[in-house]
Design a protein around this ligand. Structure first.
Ligand code: G3H
Ligand code: 13P
Ligand code: ZN
Length: 311
C-alpha cells in the first residue's frame, strides 16, 4: 500500500466516533516503536514530521523510514508536515512525497491566515495532498515559536465557517485549552478542556474533521522516573486522557502526541544508564526506549483514540 492522505481515515473516524493518532517522528527507533504498535493493533496511522525533525533527520531519510514502515506493516499510513510555517516549506514537503501538510498561520491576523492557507491549499489539492489549518493559538513551544499562556487564545467558533469556506482546508486545528510540551497546566489546578467551544465549532461545521494539538497527557510515572534517575523536571501536568477520549468521540479526528513519546523514551534511557553505568552500546539503551514508545502508542490507540482494528 502506498502512503495515503487523511480523507478516508477522517471520514471513517468522524462517523465511527474515534480519532487517529498523529505521532511525531525524528529517527528510526521512534518510527519503529510507533508502527509496530499500530501494526499489532491494526490501527490507521499518521506519522508527522516537524520543521525541526526534518532539519534533524533529513527529508529523504524520513521518507525512506516511513516507506520501510509501510512495507513492513501494510498499514494505511499518512505522512504529514506538522506546523508548516511557510508556503515554501509546505511545497517542499508536497513535492517530496508527503500526503498531508499543516500550514500553521494561526499567529497571523485572520485575513493573512486565510490568504496563506488558501495558497497552500491550492497547491496541495493540485497534487492530491490534504491540508490542515489552524485557528486560535496554543500556548507552549513548537520549533522556534514560543507562545506564552497570556498570548494564547481559544478559537472563536464564530470564525470557523468563514475560514473553512474561504480557505477550502481539509481539517482544522482549534485551541480549546491544550498546549504543547510537558508543562500544560499548573500543578494543583484541575485541567479542563473547553468542550463548549468544540461543540459550537462542530455544530457550525457538520462532518468536518477537527484536530487537537498539544494532547500529551504527561504520565507522572515517567516524570518521576526521569527525576529519580538524574533529571530535574519541575511539576508537569498534561491533558487528562478521559477528556481526550471524549473529544475523540466528538468531531475530533486527529490527536497530536509528541511529548509523551519523548518522556517515555527519555525516562527509559535515563533508567537504563543508572542501572548500567558502564554500557556504551547504543542498541542496548535504544532497544528498551523503542519498546517504551511502542507500549505508549498501544495504550493511546486502545485506551484514548479508539482506532484499534480500524485500519
Ligand atoms: O508541536 C510540536 C511538536 O511537538 C514538534 O516539536 O518542533 O520540537 O520537533 P519540534
Ligand atoms: P504535545 O507536546 O502535547 O505532545 O503536542 C504535540 C503536538 O501538538 C505536535 O504538533
Ligand atoms: Zn502541534
Amino acid at each position: 500500500m502506498p502512503l495515503v492522505n487523511t480523507k478516508e481515515m477522517f471520514a471513517k473516524a468522524y462517523n465511527g466516533g474515534y480519532a487517529i493518532g498523529a505521532f511525531n517522528v525524528n529517527n528510526m527507533e521512534i518510527v519503529q516503536g510507533i508502527t509496530e504498535a499500530a501494526a499489532e493493533l491494526n490501527a490507521p496511522l499518521i506519522l508527522q514530521v516537524s520543521k525541526g525533525a526534518r532539519a534533524y533527520a533529513n527529508h529523504t531519510y524520513l521518507m525512506k523510514l516511513v516507506e520501510a514502515a509501510i512495507e513492513e506493516t501494510g498499514l494505511p499510513i499518512c505522512l504529514h508536515l506538522d506546523h508548516g510555517d511557510t508556503f515554501e516549506l509546505c511545497k517542499s514537503c508536497i513535492d517530496g512525497g508527503f500526503t498531508s501538510v499543516m500550514i500553521d498561520a494561526s499567529s497571523k491576523p485572520f485575513e493573512e491566515n486565510i490568504a496563506l492557507t488558501r495558497q497552500v491549499v491550492e497547491y496541495a489539492h493540485d497534487h492530491g495532498v490534504v491540508v490542515e489549518a489552524e485557528l486560535g493559538t496554543l500556548a507552549g513551544i513548537e520549533d522556534e515559536v514560543n507562545v506564552s499562556a497570556e498570548e494564547s487564545s481559544y478559537t472563536r467558533a464564530s470564525d470557523v465557517q468563514e475560514f473553512v469556506e474561504r480557505t477550502n482546508c481539509d481539517s482544522l486545528a482549534i485551541a480549546i485549552g491544550t498546549s504543547h510540551g510537558a508543562y500544560k497546566f499548573k500543578p494543583g489546578t484541575k485541567p479542563q478542556l473547553r468542550f463548549d467551544i468544540l461543540e459550537d465549532v462542530a455544530g457550525r461545521l457538520p462532518g468536518f474533521p477537527i484536530v487537537l494539538h498539544g494532547s500529551s497527557s504527561v504520565p507522572q510515572e515517567f516524570v518521576k522516573e526521569i527525576n529519580e534517575n538524574g533529571g530535574n523536571m519541575p511539576g508537569a501536568i498534561g491533558v487528562p486522557e478521559d477528556q481526550l477520549r471524549k473529544a475523540a468521540s466528538m468531531a475530533v479526528c486527529k490527536i497530536n502526541i509528541d511529548s509523551d513519546l519523548r518522556l517515555a523514551m527519555t525516562a527509559t534511557i535515563r533508567k537504563y544508564f543508572n542501572e548500567h553505568p558502564a554500557d556504551f552500546d547504543p542498541r542496548q539503551y535504544l532497544k528498551p526506549a523503542r519498546a517504551a514508545i511502542k507500549a505508549m502508542v498501544m495504550h493511546k490507540i486502545t485506551d484514548v483514540l479508539g482506532c484499534d482494528g480500524k485500519a
